[in-house]
Design a protein around this ligand. Structure first.
Ligand code: HEM
Length: 316
């Protein structure tokens, strides 16, 4: 994916990366967000319902996948059991459609986002940065949350630490339009759910864990068998807002199982492939289109710009 040439888009992407750099510090060769992660490989087997929903190639044939699970912070040593560094956890999936041909899903473990746009997200990051322990009340983040109820709801949503990356649920948050063989489209949001079910730790149990327990746990689980994640889509009804990651749809909306991701092994733990890979929140595949959600284009730009910087810094 090339970088855009539009100067405004480039400037926005630079501003986002700068805001993360200011918040977490710069760790050359690592992501400015979701810096600590673990990459695994496996395969995706789709259902008949997926094939009916979209002509996308991975909904019609078994497809190799990469998954990168990550902690939220742009800190490579972020502790897996420390909520402000670890949550929300990331889950980025690459469906390998052929040589140099792929489509991705980038999801995280909270079914919402604090802001509707990237510009507003930058304001959010600046407010967090300016609200250190010595900041007088109301701190900039307290003020931001007071005037942005959706951001407040996101911050207040419980984000318990799971017993394993494979016992957590992940959400694409943004919607996509799935195109079937007749050319008809239907909006939906991905959910990646653990086949073994969700399982979370109490605050005390999480505090007693080691700083790498999620990363080490996945390695141990894969050594003794596959870890399975189900890929679902929650489908919108006419009238549902499809371009706003801060607005959820009613819980009773139909959910369709698209298939099962079966993870079989870790990519060697030297982390080079995990750091090299650049995920794309825009599908760029026949049969799945991005919605008009204003987060999608800036995120795609940011991930490419940041990914190139990371590769250059690390010489990978
Ligand atoms: C304006 C909104 C957002 C901004 C500015 C943003 C920013 C970033 C940045 C700078 C990175 C590091 C990129 C890299 O170097 O690879 C990143 C990674 C990531 N983001 Fe976002 N993000 C946004 C929204 C979201 C949303 C809505 C989700 C989930 C639904 C999400 C999930 C992730 C994940 C999982 C990664 C790690 C991907 C990987 O493993 O390579 N982000 N984000």
């Amino acid at each position: 994916m090339p970088l855009p040439t539009d100067e405004k888009r480039l400037a926005l992407a630079r501003e986002v990366i700068q805001a993360f750099d200011d918040l977490h510090g710069v760790f050359p060769g690592y992501r400015p967000a979701h810096a600590k992660g673990i990459l695994a490989v496996g395969s995706f087997t789709s259902t008949a319902e997926a094939a009916r929903l979209s002509v996308a190639p991975h909904f019609h044939a078994e497809t190799p996948v990469f998954i990168r699970f990550s902690n939220f912070a742009g800190v490579p040593m972020a502790a897996d059991n420390k909520p402000d560094e670890a949550s929300p956890r990331g889950c980025a999936v690459r469906f390998q459609l052929g040589e140099h041909k792929h489509t991705d899903i980038v999801a995280h473990s909270t079914d919402s986002f604090p802001t509707r746009t990237a510009e507003e997200f930058i304001e959010f990051l600046h407010a967090v940065k300016a609200s250190g322990p010595d900041a007088p009340h109301p701190t900039p983040i307290e003020q931001f949350l007071q005037s942005h109820p959706k951001a407040l709801a996101f911050v207040m949503t419980p984000k318990p630490i799971p017993t394993s990356f494979g016992r957590e649920s992940y959400f694409s948050v943004s919607a996509y339009r799935f195109i079937d063989a007749s050319g008809a489209g239907r909006y939906g949001r991905y959910r990646i759910l653990p086949e073994a079910g969700n399982e979370y730790l109490s605050t005390e149990e999480a505090a007693a864990k080691g700083a790498n327990f999620l990363m080490e746990g996945l390695a141990a689980q894969l050594a003794s068998g596959a870890v399975k994640m189900q890929l679902w889509v929650q489908l919108a009804e006419p009238g549902d807002v499809v371009d706003d990651a801060t607005t959820q749809w009613p819980v009773e909306r139909q959910q369709v199982l698209l298939g099962v991701i079966s993870l079989t092994k870790l990519v060697p733990a030297d982390d080079v492939d995990g750091r090299r890979i650049i995920f794309d929140p825009i599908p760029r595949v026949a049969g799945i289109e991005p919605s008009a959600d204003p987060l999608l284009e800036p995120r795609a730009d940011v991930y490419v710009m940041s990914g190139r910087r990371r590769r250059e810094q690390a010489g990978i």
